[in-house]
Structures are given as C-alpha cells and as structure tokens.
Design a protein around this ligand. Structure first.
Ligand code: ASP
Length: 453
C-alpha cells in the first residue's frame, strides 16, 4: 500500500485534479490520497489557505468578511466547473464556509485554525466526489473518523502517538481514501492545524499509521535540487538522499518537503519519494534510511540568511563546569532557539535566527550573559548567512573541508565560522549575507561541476 500526497499546485485547478486522478488510478497500490487546499495557479495567485486566513482575520477585526468568503467559494466553483461537476458540491462548500464563519466563539486562535482547515477539508470532499463521478470507488475520510489526534496547539499541532494504532485500521477499507491534510483533532474534538505547509506531515503520519511501503509526495518540481535553483540555473537533481541528509538540508532552497514531515516516515522506515504531478514518469527524489554514497562526498548545498552570532569569551572557560548549561539557560529563559554552537578553548559562539530578536531583547541578553557568566567579552554579529554542505559521503572522503575552504578562498569569500559535528553528515560555513550567493555558487562549482567525482 502507498500513501500519496498532492500539494497545492497539484490541486490548483480542474486540469491539475484530472492529472491527480490519472496518477492515482495508474497504480492500484495508491490507496490513501492526502490532499492540500488548492494552491497557486500562477506566480501571483493566492493560495486558498491565505484567502481563508484573510477571511478569518477580517471577521476577527469585527468587519464583514463576505468578500473573502466569496473569493474562496469562487476558487472551488471554478475547479468544479473545470471538472464538469454538478453545482451541489459548490453549494455544500459554501454552506460549510458560512457555518465556520458564523461559528466564532470568542477564541481567535481556534477560530483561525477552524477556518484554515476548511481549504483541505472541502478540497478532499470535492475530490472524493469527483472520483466517484468518474466511477471510482473513493471516499472522503475525515481525520476525526480516522483517529488522527493531535496536541491542542493551534497552528502548531503535533501528532499524539495513540493516533498511529487507530490509523492502522484504514488499511481495511476498500477503495481509495481521500484524506484532507494539514489538520487533526484535539482530544476535546477541536480542529487543530499543523504549521504551514503541514499536509506533508499528514501524509507522513498516515504512511506510518498504515505501515505503507512508500510515501509518495507529489509537488511541482521533478526532484529535489542539489542547490537552490535561484542561485544556480539547472542544478543537479538529487536521485536519492537519506533522512539525515534531507534534514540537514532543511535550510532555505530545500523547501519542497516540510521538515517536520520526515519524522513519522523515518520512525517507521518508510521511504519517501518526491515526485512531479506535471511529469509523473520522472523518477523524482527518494529519501531513504541508507544509501550507497557513490556520487562523491556532497549531495547538496543549502543556505539561508538572517542569522546572527553571539560570541562569548572567557579565560579558562574550558575548565569551568556548568558554563554551557548557564549560557543555554539564559537562551531558554528568553525563549530563544539556537542553530549551532561552535566553540574554542576560551570562547563559544551561539548562532541563532535574527528574527527572534529585537534591539531591546538583544541588549538584555548580552547584559545577562556578561553578568551571569562573568564573561570577559560578549559581542554580537548580525546579517550572517549559513551554508550547509551536506552528504553522508563526507565521512569517508578525505579533504572535503580543504576543497570547500579553497573554493571559497578562490571566490574571495571570507569564512566567518566553520562547524562540523562528529556525525560528519554536514559542514557549516557562516559568511556575511552579501557574499552568500557567490559562496554557494563557488561550492557548487567545486563539488558538482568542475571536478567530477
Ligand atoms: N494549505 C496549507 C498551507 O498552505 C497546508 C499545505 O498546503 O500543506 O500551508
């Protein structure tokens, strides 16, 4: 049995949904189909989820939100028309949306989640109806019926482990199951959504629950690219990578798959295949537990900007027991998460996402670090980009760091920081934001173009 998930662009129009139908029926193992809300049809289009958010926010401001509701109905109506479906489904969708909008009970976050989930929920109903009209045995199954229970954290739900056992019974159902992505139900029976892009997470949870042999994730690109395609034109397509490599690559440029979605599939050892709805015969990218590293040390290069580093220096830091704990406690007290902590004998640097800070907070943190840790020096550096060189093959290859460093040197890029953990699956370089593009291009040239490996 395979679980297949289709993203927003794969379901943005009737024409796309026709492709989805032929992909699903071309393989009898494709029994569970997880769907997103209709996404963008063209670059400047608006996703249904964003229309729903705009609608909910307007209502929350106490204004009449009918215009946004009509925009959502319009999207579904145009899909139904493309698919030559009867108008009944559009009437049902309208009624559902109106009911949700009326249902505001004074809890803005819960209301927002309830509205957001309407995109996936109604799309799944529409698609199930379309499959049935085409004579296919298909049925909409709601996360409530299936037992997809999540934590009660609006906009950031996590699956509860008891869900998996319940989901297993989906295996016994005949025909094709059309399942809405992006949300589950709390123990109290409330709709709670995952973080944005969360239909990938639903697919992965279902794949784990039914112990699928494969989780196919259909999107709008042929494969995961070895580097951000806005930096390098026509980059190498990755055929296979491990869960760990995918995770390390989860910085910008690799956003084809939600980073929280890997965990359920990984835990059950289910391979994930990223494929293109518009070119389904292309093999896509497979994410697996283990792979043969025959194509050189590096599988991909990810990068992102918007980081800062806090540098702390204190003489004899290496001998001071509890220094690290106290430092991390300060970060925790301020509710900050960090990305990396490279360190030396008497210094340590914490790299974090800059958008977590503001000037006031920054001053307070620096002050606390200096006071509580009695540091000799504390300074912050802004506007850094992180570049991750990723590949399981780095473990066995000698000289990868040297190659990377000399490629950066040749490109005139100053390395602000380097970090490599003992897992040796990735190597991090911090550079100034203004040289990020040049640095990534130089590394790509080194590992994928000039020296064939
Ligand atoms: N529709 C939701 C979003 O836009 C979830 C998804 O598409 O995966 O975030």
């Amino acid at each position: 049995m395979k679980v297949v998930k289709f993203g927003g662009t794969s379901l943005a129009s009737g024409k796309q949904i026709q492709k989805v139908l032929s992909i699903v029926i071309s393989d009898p193992k494709r029994k569970i189909v997880v769907v997103s809300a209709p996404g963008k049809r063209f670059a400047d289009d608006t996703k249904v989820t964003d229309l729903l958010i705009a609608c909910a926010r307007k209502k929350l401001r106490g204004e009449d939100a009918t215009d946004w509701l009509e925009a959502v109905v319009e999207r579904f109506a145009s899909i139904a028309m493309d698919l030559e479906m009867s108008n009944d489904i559009v009437k049902e969708i309208r009624a559902d949306l109106e009911e949700r909008l009326r249902g505001y009970k004074g809890d803005p976050e819960r209301f927002l989640d309830h509205m957001k989930a309407a995109g996936e929920d109604n799309n799944a109903k529409l698609i199930a109806a379309y499959f049935q009209e085409r004579g296919i045995e298909a049925r909409y199954v709601s996360p409530k019926e299936a037992g997809l229970i999540v934590t009660d954290e609006p906009g950031n739900a996590r699956v509860l482990p008891e869900s998996y056992k319940r989901l297993y019974s989906l295996r016994e159902q005949s025909g094709i199951i059309i399942f809405p992505g992006f949300f589950g139900f709390s123990k109290n029976g409330d709709v709670v959504t995952f973080s944005r892009g969360g239909s990938d997470i639903t697919g992965s949870i279902l794949a784990n629950g039914v112990k699928a042999e494969l989780y196919e994730n259909f999107t709008d690109v042929d494969a995961v690219y070895a580097v951000n395609p806005t930096f390098v034109s026509h980059p190498t397509e990755i055929q296979e990578l491990t869960y760990r490599e995918m995770r390390e690559l989860s910085y910008a440029g690799f956003s084809v798959f939600h980073d929280e979605a890997l965990i359920p599939a990984f835990r059950a050892g289910i391979p994930v295949n990223i494929k293109n709805t518009n070119n389904p015969s292309a093999p896509g990218t497979k994410i697996v537990n283990e792979r043969e590293t025959k194509n050189g040390p590096v599988v991909g290069i990810a990068s992102d900007e918007g980081f800062c580093s806090i540098y702390i220096q204190k003489y004899l830091m290496n001998k001071e027991i509890g220094f690290g704990r106290k430092l991390l406690q300060i970060l925790e007290d301020f509710g900050l998460s960090y990305e990396h902590i490279p360190s030396g004998i008497d210094d340590v640097t914490v790299i974090l996402r800059e958008n977590q800070l503001n000037q006031e907070l920054e001053q307070a943190i620096l002050h606390q670090i200096k006071e509580k840790l009695d540091a000799d020096e504390v300074k912050i550096q802004h506007r850094l980009a992180l570049i991750m060189l990723v590949g399981e093959g780095m473990r066995r290859n000698i000289g990868t760091t040297a190659r990377a460093a000399s490629a950066l040197a040749k490109a005139g890029v100053n390395i602000e920081m380097v970090n490599q953990g003992s897992s040796e699956v990735s190597m991090m370089f911090a550079v100034k934001e203004e040289v990020e593009r040049r640095a990534v291009q130089a590394l790509y040239e080194e590992f994928f173009v000039s020296v064939p490996v």
